[in-house]
Design a protein around this ligand. Structure first.
Ligand code: CU
Length: 160
């Protein structure tokens, strides 16, 4: 009995160590690199910057503005993004505002000051495949993970 229990506990420790290792691989990106988050000279600068990156869950982006007034505004839809709609979660950016990705999604960011967005201070960020999981899909994934753990435990029990 003690042998079976320690084997199961060992499996759980290995599994959780794997999860911690995954979290360590997270990358933090400074939006626009050295330019920071400002009105770009080239209006497609931030869209190109973002499209050259591969963002994953656990990664972060930092909006960093050292001159002028800027916001990191997240809008909900492509249409709002294309129209530079100045609504949404407006965060004033100074020395740095960080956003960490917790799920796959396509995110739309723009600056809501003056005509900054119209001048190209906007970008689209794709996390993972860019498709937000539906509530049903997330529940199914959780259930699948739970049953996989259950069957592993049962298998170990019979192996002993
Ligand atoms: Cu701005």
């Amino acid at each position: 009995m003690a042998g079976r229990l320690s084997f199961t506990v060992g499996f759980l420790i290995v599994a959780s160590a794997g999860l911690r290792h995954g979290a360590c691989a997270a990358t933090t990106y400074t939006v626009g690199d050295d330019l920071g988050w400002t009105v770009p000279k080239n209006s497609s600068y931030y869209e190109e910057w973002a499209s050259q990156k591969t963002f994953q869950i656990g990664d972060s982006i930092v909006f960093n503005s050292t001159t002028g007034n800027h916001t990191a505004t997240e809008v909900d839809t492509r249409e709002e993004y294309d129209n530079c709609t100045k609504m949404g979660i407006i965060v004033k950016v100074g020395a740095g505002v960080q956003k960490t990705f917790d799920r796959n999604a396509t995110l739309y960011y723009l600056c809501s000051e003056g005509t900054h967005c119209e001048q190209g201070q906007k970008m689209i960020v794709k996390v993972g495949d860019g498709i937000a999981p539906s509530f049903a899909a997330r529940s199914l994934a959780a259930a699948a993970a739970a049953s996989a753990l259950f069957f592993s435990t049962v298998a170990i029990y019979f192996l002993n």
